[in-house]
Design a protein around this ligand. Structure first.
Ligand code: GLC
Length: 742
């Protein structure tokens, strides 16, 4: 007898016996029985829980975990940041690193890069990949994605979000949520709502009219909940209507739970809860990160003093809080636990796999935006380039470390210089590097240290002189600059203090453009910036913060292995004053901030004021060319219940394959209330071989024509004349058709 077989057979028989007839579910209590409906299981678990156990599941027990019901074998919930990758483990009760050695992850591109792909398939790939990493790391709730609208180019956290347009953000957030959750990991869409700046983020009261709230700032959250099926939503730090959004009657009980039918859990941002009664009555379900009063700030036994802990239990015992409200919260948390931690059908996930690196590289390559390309500078042919010079700190500075809660610990971050050098030298092209400027030498965040030594002794003048001297000797020059993840750059907790590039980069770029006309500027950033040197630079590429595979993806695009197809998810104004929030709104405000620009955010403002942008929303070039023509509609009028079909032919008129994003905007020619000139209502990315033509089709329904009438408190589509615009950027319309809504 082969003992190996014996050892395998006996235990299996034993286990089968223990579980009764073949492990059937008849021995399980209803709440443990996954053949029953979710609601049946929830009701059964609820009926078994004591008052203390009910309160215990409504708040954190550690930095990133909340209690289950140990007595009933209901597991605890583990949360993890962030939207771009799985945060390294921190201590039980501290932000500092736990020092694990098995928690490095894949850093996927920032969500601005994902949005810039304008490709929901990339969003699905992203959600699947990051969901697998969260699952493998045994996390139940992924604290992302973020979909706060890009109101101002100075918001420090724009890099974590999906741009200025509610329709683009809505289309791109849904697949991400769906695919994450297929791993048995909850997405936690954040930060609900109106968290559009970092200045005074814990207290600023946002004053915004209902039209902008419903038409601009809420749609992506609504899509994530109603189409994406998000199992959790994170309340934001700021206030709205004077109440903190983590316990906000209007947003949470009114819109999210009553109007949208959200059956999941509202999780506070960390430290976003401030009052027990408000937390109980205004829709908070799960409290994390509170700073308790009465005890040392954040002391480890502070969890019992959380607003939804003992103080809540006391109210319940005194009959000053009703069990009905309590049970609703507990039902929501139980649903979340059954969907995640107690879900036995979850896949097993994977971590740092070649597939995830390939996904990161593919999404990055598809999200990079070719802003300008004259004189055929790009793509560079390394085989025909003897000597290539790379200049700039962002070519050698790790960007996966820092920036706040989205900071990560990766096994390896392929930096721009490394990726460029690997690809170029393989083709016989020699690559030199010059620092060009000194930005921020810090390499540590939250205890994660990139280990880089970016120290520099040369003066600003010397650095420029050295870069210029090297540029004169090079066949081509690639400047890699932009922003970084430091305070007052692209980072959580602070906003930018200037619209222009920091660290005197403009001087370096000017000097390089004078030294060598074959210059490409690559921006590693998550926000728009001023470009006073643009007329003197033939090629500009927005490369975003692109994660673990940044360098390889950048080389793919620069050398033409990947034909860029990204489109801007937000406008680059020439000057800050050309942006609505800065021209008419308040920013950053004081105790309150008024969104006076209302619905006129981004291109909506530029269109309304006829202000030419530096680069428009939806703009992005290719190494080939496209023609969009024959824009037509299948009818001239749309009935109240009908659909109008707009088609257009897109042709690749160049000599290499590429993808174009055909965009549909709709304008209401006559409306009772002011409306934007046009608004994005459809897009499709089509990959075309040279010479190939494809017809794209868009369906317009009355819903797409409606606006939120805040005089009536409802959406309305007014009969009258409309125009459908079809183009390849918000400022590059290739055809239009007029039609009427009956
Ligand atoms: C932070 C962020 C939030 C993050 C949470 C946990 O303050 O606002 O996005 O998920 O706290 O780190």
């Amino acid at each position: 007898m082969n003992f190996k077989i014996l050892f395998n057979v006996v235990p299996a028989l034993f286990l089968a016996g223990c579980a009764g007839n073949g492990g059937g579910s008849k021995d399980l209590a209803p709440y443990q029985n996954e053949t029953l409906s979710l609601e049946e299981r929830v009701e059964d678990a609820l009926s078994r829980m004591t008052l203390e156990e009910k309160v215990a599941v409504l708040h954190a027990q550690s930095k990133f975990s909340s209690a289950g019901v140990p007595r009933l074998g209901i597991p605890e919930l583990w949360c993890t940041d962030g939207p771009h990758g799985i945060r390294p483990e921190v201590l039980w009760d501290d932000w500092d690193q736990a020092g694990w050695t098995n928690d490095s992850c894949t850093a996927f591109p920032a969500l601005t890069c994902l949005a810039a792909t304008w490709n929901p398939e990339m969003s699905a790939l992203y959600g699947k990949s990051i969901g697998e990493e969260a699952r493998y790391r045994e996390k139940d709730v992924l604290l992302g994605p973020g979909v706060n609208i890009y109101r101002t180019p100075l918001n420090g956290r724009n890099f974590e979000y999906m741009g200025e347009d509610p329709y683009l953000a809505s289309r791109m957030v849904v697949p991400y949520v769906q695919e994450v959750q297929k791993n048995g990991v909850a997405a936690c869409v954040k930060h609900f709502a109106l968290n559009n700046q970092e200045t005074n983020r814990q207290s600023v009261n946002v004053v915004v009219d209902d039209r902008a709230l419903y038409e601009i700032y809420l749609p992506a959250f609504k899509a994530a909940v109603q189409e994406g099926g998000a199992w959790s939503v994170m309340g934001s730090y700021n206030k709205y209507k004077g109440e903190h959004c983590c316990h906000n009657q209007y947003l949470l009980n009114g819109i999210l739970k009553r109007d949208w039918g959200f059956d999941g859990v509202v999780i506070s941002d960390w430290g976003g809860a401030h009052d027990t009664k408000q937390a109980v009555e205004n829709g908070l379900d799960l409290e994390f990160g509170s700073w308790t009063n009465g005890l040392d700030w954040g002391a480890s036994n502070a969890y019992d003093n959380y607003y939804l802990a003992h103080p809540y239990l006391e109210l319940l015992k005194k009959g000053e809080a009703d069990e009905k409200t309590l049970d609703d919260k507990v039902r929501r948390v139980l649903r979340l636990i059954f969907r995640t931690a107690m879900n036995t059908r979850k896949p097993f996930g994977s971590l740092n796999s070649p597939e995830h690196l390939a996904a990161a590289r593919r999404i990055a390559g598809e999200g990079m935006v070719l802003l300008k390309n004259e004189g055929g500078v790009l793509p560079l042919d390394p085989a025909a380039t003897k000597r290539l010079l790379v200049v700039g700190e962002n070519a050698v500075k790790m960007m996966t470390v820092g920036g706040g809660s989205s900071s990560l610990k990766v096994r390896h971050e392929c930096l721009p210089l490394e990726g460029i050098r690997t690809a170029a030298e393989a083709a016989g092209c020699e690559v030199a590097f010059e620092r060009g400027y000194v930005g921020d030498l810090r390499t540590e965040f939250d205890g994660v240290n990139s280990g880089q030594d970016l120290s520099e002794t040369r003066s600003e003048e010397q650095l420029i002189a050295d870069a210029v001297a090297a540029a004169k000797e090079a066949d081509a020059v690639i400047f890699v600059g932009g922003l970084n993840k430091s305070r007052h750059q692209d980072s959580e907790g602070s906003d930018r203090e200037q619209y222009g590039l920091p660290y005197a980069q403009d001087r370096v770029i000017e000097a390089l453009s004078a030294a060598n006309p074959r210059l490409a500027v690559v921006l590693v950033s998550g926000n728009a910036v001023a470009m006073p040197w643009l007329d003197r630079v033939p090629a500009v590429l927005e490369a975003w913060f692109s994660g673990s595979e940044t360098g390889n993806a950048l080389a793919d695009v620069l050398f033409g292995k990947v034909n860029p197809s990204g489109k801007l998810p937000f406008t680059f104004p020439v000057r800050l004053e050309d942006n609505g929030a800065h021209a008419m709104g308040e920013f950053p405000g004081g105790d309150s901030v008024r969104y006076n620009e209302s619905i006129f955010v981004g291109y909506r403002w530029h269109d309304a004021k006829a202000i030419r942008p530096l680069f428009a929303f939806g703009h992005g070039l290719s190494y080939t060319t496209f023609e969009v023509e024959n824009v037509k509609a299948d009818r001239m009028s749309l009935s109240a219940k009908g659909t109008l079909r707009v088609t257009a032919d897109v042709t690749n008129t160049g000599d290499r394959a590429g993808a174009e994003v055909v965009q549909l905007y709709v304008g209401d020619e006559e409306s009772t209330l002011p409306r934007p000139v046009k608004e994005l209502k459809g897009f499709e990315k089509v990959m075309l071989e040279p010479g190939e033509t494809r017809t794209v089709a868009f369906e317009i329904t009355p819903e797409a024509l409606s606006y939120y009438d805040d005089t009536k408190g409802e959406w309305t589509a007014e009969p009258g004349a409309f125009t459908a615009f079809v183009g390849v950027a918000s400022d590059d319309i290739r055809g239009s058709v007029n039609f009427t809504l009956e």
